[in-house]
Design a protein around this ligand. Structure first.
Ligand SMILES: [Zn+2]
Length: 101
C-alpha cells in the first residue's frame, strides 16, 4: 500500500486557533499575498491557456517582491506544479477557508 501523504492544504479546513496561526506563520508569504496570487493567476488563465509552468504565478511573485523559491516550492508541495494546478489543487481549499474576494 502506497503511503499518500496528505497535502498541507487539504488539512486547512480543519485548522483553527493555534493550528491555524501556525499554518499562516508557515506560509512563504502573507496570507493576503497568497489570496491575491490565486486571483491573479485565475484572471490570467481566464482567456489564456496554462503552458504547464508557473508562468503567471511567477509573474505575480516578481511584481510583488515575493520569495520565488519559497513560494514556488510551497505551491509544488501542495500540488500546484503549474498555474492551472494551482487553481485546481490549492485555490478551492484556500478559498473555502479564507473566502474568495
Ligand atoms: Zn497547467
Amino acid at each position: 500500500m502506497p503511503i499518500v501523504r496528505k497535502r498541507q492544504i487539504e488539512t486547512l479546513q480543519q485548522l483553527s486557533g493555534q493550528e491555524l496561526e501556525a499554518f499562516i506563520d508557515s506560509l512563504p508569504a502573507g496570507a493576503d499575498s497568497i489570496s491575491k496570487l490565486l486571483d491573479f493567476v485565475e484572471d490570467e488563465l481566464y482567456d489564456k491557456e496554462c503552458n504547464h509552468s508557473l508562468r503567471y504565478a511567477m509573474q505575480f511573485m516578481m511584481e510583488n517582491g515575493l520569495s520565488f523559491p519559497k513560494v514556488s516550492s510551497w505551491l509544488s508541495e501542495n500540488g500546484g506544479y503549474c498555474d492551472c494546478k494551482v487553481l485546481d489543487e490549492i485555490a478551492p481549499y484556500w478559498r473555502e477557508k479564507f473566502g474568495d474576494d
